[in-house]
Design a binder for this molecule. Sequence first.
Ligand code: ZN
Length: 135
Amino acid sequence: MITKIDHLGIAVRSLDETIPYYEKTLGLKCEHREEVPAQKVRTAFFTVGEVHLELLEPTSPDSPVAKFLEKNGEGVHHVAFGTTDIVGQLKQAADSGCKLIHEIPFEGAAGKLVAFLHPKSTHGVLTEFCAPKTN
Ligand code: ZN
């Protein structure tokens, strides 16, 4: 079951150039930075109420985020729904005819299990499911 919007993923060219906007202009605090080799990105996290913002900077030209930046420029990259059962959630999506990018969840940033649906099946919004690793 989806229980919340866990975070919004935002594609940026440079974390170092972007973090000051969130910290100085908006007054938020960067809580955590982490490289996620599986997705070829460096991430930085902010918290707004119960929702996190995940800034994504590509670490390689063949990173999916690099391709996104090439095509769309900086901006909202994905919406991540927190779920209590990521495997069941993927099965529900697949059973309803949705194309998946990942059939098996993998470890994303902040020690969470994550998986993405294919944007061709989600009306233009890249959709992530995420769950605590202990799930
Ligand atoms: Zn994410």
